[in-house]
Design a binder for this molecule. Structure first.
Ligand code: SAM
Length: 163
């Protein structure tokens, strides 16, 4: 169930500590058809509408080479989210789960991620399908699909041992 900013029965909110500035820089803005959370998909679909990722200067040059990839991982800041609800009730039915066991937009650091299909490039704007965020959502980062990268070296003995 999509949330505006309410607290639901059974949910537990906390008082977050004073923010430590991680020095995030919004590198662009995402344009989508959705202006209301109630209309926004819960997760993007690769057959969803084309959305536009506008990359701001001075970062546009960083798009060089991105057209080599079919898919791009998009990281964005869910700027209209509450950040204080520790136990959440996704179905608003009184049963709750911890925030870190959910992909809820309501989280201490409201970062959203989607693997989007890259369908076009117009200057400093990427055209993609597969997003689920509101129009105007700030862009944090873009990365090519991790599946396109192979490890540089074969696995070494001990790679997976834990201390
Ligand atoms: N795909 C991302 C993920 O898994 O990290 C985000 C998933 S989250 C469930 C998507 C929902 O976040 C949307 O359905 C909408 O209700 C909400 N949302 C989208 N853009 C938002 C924004 N800018 N601020 C707050 N909430 C937003």
């Amino acid at each position: 169930m999509v949330r505006r900013n309410e607290i639901r029965p059974g949910e537990v909110a906390v008082t977050p500590p004073t923010a430590t500035d991680a020095g995030l820089v919004f590198i662009g803005r995402i344009r989508t058809p959705w202006t209301d959370r109630m209309a926004c998909p819960r997760q993007g679909r690769l057959d969803g509408p084309v959305c536009r990722i506008e990359v701001f200067e001075p970062w546009a040059g960083g798009l060089d080479g991105i057209g080599l990839y079919d898919k791009v991982e998009v990281l964005y800041w869910l700027d209209q989210s509450r950040r204080d609800i520790l136990l959440q009730s996704p179905r608003s039915d009184g049963t709750v789960r911890g925030v870190f066991s959910l992909r809820s937009p309501v989280r201490p650091n409201p970062i959203g991620t989607s693997l989007a299909a890259l369908v076009g490039i117009e200057g400093a704007t990427l055209l993609v399908r597969g997003l689920d965020c509101l129009d105007g959502t700030p862009l944090i980062d873009l990365k090519p699909d991790r599946c396109a990268f192979t490890p540089l070296a074969p696995p070494q003995p001990g790679d997976h041992e834990t201390g």
